[in-house]
Write a protein that binds this ligand. Structure first.
Ligand SMILES: [Zn+2]
Length: 492
């Protein structure tokens, strides 16, 4: 039976960035100025008029924040400017803060609020931002939503017939991971340790079975095996969105897919389609840990999210679909295309130690495929300590932001605890891969001159658009065996 569902992974949520992204399609990359305020919680109320007011969305966000030293200027992001209506109100039990001016920069999507006074040092404040938008989605099934809405909550006094649907407070999380989806969906339910709901068009709900079954299996598998850290929320929902700007998006507890990567019907679609659904499901679920539980500190180290998800997606898919040769797919699809992009002088480093807007994103193939290759390299160097270190990383940094050094330190500690004999510090080994572009070409030459049996290793940058070795050198671990010994030896 077709029903309307309001899916909202958070009504009140805490976050790390002081950014309000309303109806946002892409994350904001323009960093807010340093400011003396710390957001503590966001309380969002949305009232979507899907029937009587031409898809008007009324919204109100209460931001609870503290000021350590007494700020007089506040800045936050506001996407989708201008709204029909916009208002900022400070509401404090003891004192109403006066506002001198509010200015908006439509290049950076930043709102700057100049207060008429300094906030009290150490004080906690509430700021209400009220707004109205016309939603851009096509109207359909008008009126049904309101009926379903009445199943929840208490009556909204000034809106007869409306009831609030109230959702639980989330864990600490970043704003870009919050999502709300409203639509005319049917639902499939897959009972599991973490129950999974697949929402889909009523006419296509049977095509959601691979998505919901693989989601339930892989979510449990990740938590119990390689990542060894339980998923953070009591349930998971997956939903296809028409014209989704990305292939899929890992919003916490509400993963969204482009329909082309969500639906599969046996007998109609190619097997390749089923594999794509499984792989993308696995990728987005890996993000529930890498990206959602632990979030990169800034976009210049996006590979911390994407490289890991691109690596673990093959483990999840392999467990769910053992016939799929997923580890072979990892080599061909997950790693080698990254080598190709990295073989041109236009390739950019996968990450940078830059924490403002003055950085350039590496190519997607670098962030995803080279990221997958770097995790493969780390696993080959560290063995089981790689997984031990990753679990410790979640324990140490869960619900926090991290940088490259935090991840490498967690792995280094695990290596030390297992008394691994690394040739040098992991951070030094990985420096060339994380902060320089390019992939090394290694030539190995055996020499029998003067009966001195020698092997020479020589590395240079592998380039497809010229011969100019730019001098980049990489720390390359090797394993080898000789005819006289069956055990592997390591050099680097
Ligand atoms: Zn991803």
């Amino acid at each position: 039976m077709a029903r309307f569902f309001l899916l909202f992974c958070a009504a009140v949520f805490l976050l790390n960035f002081f950014a309000l992204d309303v109806h946002s399609e892409v994350p904001q990359y323009e960093k807010l100025p340093d400011q003396d305020i710390r957001p503590l919680a966001y309380d969002i109320k949305l009232l979507p008029w899907m029937d009587t007011k031409d898809w008007l969305l009324e919204g109100e966000t209460k931001i609870i924040f503290s000021s350590e030293n007494g700020a007089s200027v506040l800045s936050f992001h506001f996407h989708h400017w201008p709204p029909l209506y916009f208002e900022i109100v400070f509401d404090d039990l003891d004192h109403n803060v006066t506002i001198q001016s509010v200015t908006f920069n439509d290049t950076t999507d930043q709102v700057k609020v100049q207060l008429g006074e300094e906030l009290q040092a150490g004080g906690t404040y509430e700021m209400y931002v009220k707004y109205e938008f016309i939603m851009t989605e096509e109207p359909s099934g008008q009126g049904i939503f309101k009926r379903e809405y009445q199943e929840f909550g208490e009556t909204r006094e000034n809106t007869p017939g409306w009831l609030w649907a109230t959702y639980a407070t989330t864990q600490l999380m970043s704003t870009y991971l919050v999502a709300i989806v409203i639509g005319k969906f049917s639902v499939l339910y897959e009972p599991s340790i973490v129950p999974v709901f697949a929402f889909a068009l009523p006419s296509r709900i049977e095509e959601a079975s691979v998505a919901v079954q693989s989601s339930a299996f892989i979510l449990e598998y990740f938590g119990n095996t390689w990542l060894n850290f339980s998923y953070s929320f009591p349930e998971m929902s997956v939903v296809p969105i028409e014209s989704h700007p990305f292939g899929a998006m890992e919003n916490w507890g509400l993963v969204q897919f482009n329909p082309s990567l969500f639906y599969y019907l046996e007998g109609r679609d190619l097997i390749a389609q089923e594999k794509s659904v499984i792989r993308v499901v696995s990728h987005e679920l890996a993000h529930q840990w890498f990206g959602n539980l632990v979030t990169m500190d800034w976009w210049s180290q996006l590979w911390l999210n994407e490289g890991a998800a691109s690596f673990y997606q093959y483990f999840g898919a392999d467990a769910y679909d053992p016939e799929g040769k997923w580890m072979d797919r990892r080599a061909v699809l997950g790693v080698q295309p990254g080598y190709y992009t990295d073989a041109f002088t236009t390739a950019l480093p996968i990450s940078q130690e830059v924490y403002d807007g003055s950085f350039e994103f590496a190519q997607g193939s670098i962030i995803y495929r080279k990221g997958c290759a770097i995790h493969t390299l780390l696993l080959n160097i560290l063995g089981n300590a790689y997984f031990e270190g990753t679990t410790q990383y979640f324990k140490d940094y869960g619900y926090e932001n991290t940088r490259n050094a935090d991840f490498l330190n967690a792995l280094q500690q695990a290596a030390d605890e297992e008394s691994l004999n690394l040739p040098t510090e992991l951070s030094y080994i990985m420096e060339g891969y994380l902060y320089r572009s390019g992939v090394p070409l290694v030539r190995v030459t055996r020499s029998y001159e003067d009966l001195q049996e020698s092997v020479y290793f020589r590395q240079e940058r592998f380039l497809l658009d010229g011969d100019d070795d730019d001098g980049s050198r990489y720390f390359i671990p090797f394993r080898y065996i000789t005819s006289g010994r069956s055990e592997e030896s390591e050099i680097s």
